[in-house]
Ligand binder design. Structure first.
Ligand SMILES: [Zn+2]
Length: 319
């Protein structure tokens, strides 16, 4: 019996080898949109494309703060995950018909093999870098603004970058020794990726709730960074909010939203913003897009117990 099983298994392995190799070779023309890092949604008359920049294996155990390790491990295990979470880096393109608006720009060259695929995902969605009119960065951290330049050059030749004024102050104009050692690298990288746009007058910042374009608005949600913002799109009665880094590890921070992550510049403010926005989204059934929830990261939060359950939204794969 065991022998038969082993024989069958080895035959399967032999058969599987060449077949999967053929499939890989033939993949590009037949690959699904999801395999190319694209998922499409419709918000009223706006088309929304979730675009993958890559995934980053993250050892979350030393990063998450506010609960004993055993509890964090149990929450991860409940979602069949270990301590190393394959973390999505999601960006989004909104085609309003009038403008092509990118929300976040991925890591560009700065995360090695774990990022920098946004441009290829954008092409798979049918757009080029030159098509992008505006880039709304949820905050100036490398996995969101790193892709603004490639090889040291502006990657989006026609785009204006929009960001919270407090992030411009913190990352581009702040003191280099302001007591956030972990942010020193982000500051250095921001000077290479955001500053080139500012130098040519293509960095626009906002304070407070701001209408950017018809159907597109920004609202500060400080904590993760001082200028961290959420963006909202609205068309024909439908809407979606881009949450940026309001949440990182879904398996842990959905059921226990009070748990924070080491990347939050201000842990208390980040926790408070998550509580406030989760509560409103749970009540209003808001459709949201989150940069680090599993690709495509589009869905809703449903209140349950002391926390929330993430409910992914169906994407659309037809014209
Ligand atoms: Zn991030």
């Amino acid at each position: 019996m065991l022998k038969t099983f082993l024989l069958a298994a080895s035959v399967f392995a032999l058969a599987a080898g060449p077949i999967s190799a053929q499939t890989r070779a033939a993949a590009p023309p037949h690959a699904s949109a999801a395999a190319r890092g694209v998922a499409k949604f419709q918000i009223g008359r706006f088309q929304l494309f979730a675009l993958s920049d890559g995934t980053l294996p993250l050892d979350v155990d030393p990063l998450l703060k506010g609960a004993p390790k055993a509890e964090i491990d149990a929450l991860l295990d409940r979602e069949f995950q270990g301590r190393t979470v394959e973390t999505s880096i999601n960006a989004y393109l909104v085609d309003t018909g009038d403008r092509q608006i990118l929300v976040d720009a991925g890591a560009g060259d700065l995360f090695g093999a774990f990022g920098g695929k946004l441009m290829q995902s954008l092409a798979a969605a049918g757009y080029s870098a030159g098509d992008v009119d505006d880039i709304l960065v949820t905050h100036i951290h490398t996995d969101h603004s790193g892709g603004l330049t490639r090889g040291g050059r502006i990657a989006y030749p026609n785009a204006t970058v929009h960001a919270g004024a407090a992030d411009e102050a913190f990352f581009l104009d702040g003191a280099r020794d302001h007591g956030h050692a972990a942010e020193a690298r982000h500051i250095e990288e921001a000077m290479k990726t955001v500053e080139p746009y500012r130098r040519v007058g293509r960095l626009a910042t906002f304070r407070g709730a701001t209408q950017l374009f018809p159907g597109v608005s920004a609202r500060p949600a400080p904590g993760h960074t001082p200028g961290h913002a959420v963006y909202r799109i609205e068309s024909e009665g439908q809407s979606l909010e881009f949450w940026g880094d309001l949440i990182h590890v879904g398996a842990v921070q959905m059921p226990r939203p009070e748990i924070t992550i080491a990347f939050d510049v201000d842990q208390d403010a980040a926790r408070a913003e998550r509580a406030r926005l989760f509560s409103a989204a749970g009540r209003d059934r808001t459709l949201v897009a989150a940069a680090h929830l599993n690709f495509p990261g589009v869905g809703r939060v449903r209140p349950e117990g002391q926390g929330y359950v993430w409910v992914p939204a169906p994407h659309r794969y037809h014209d």
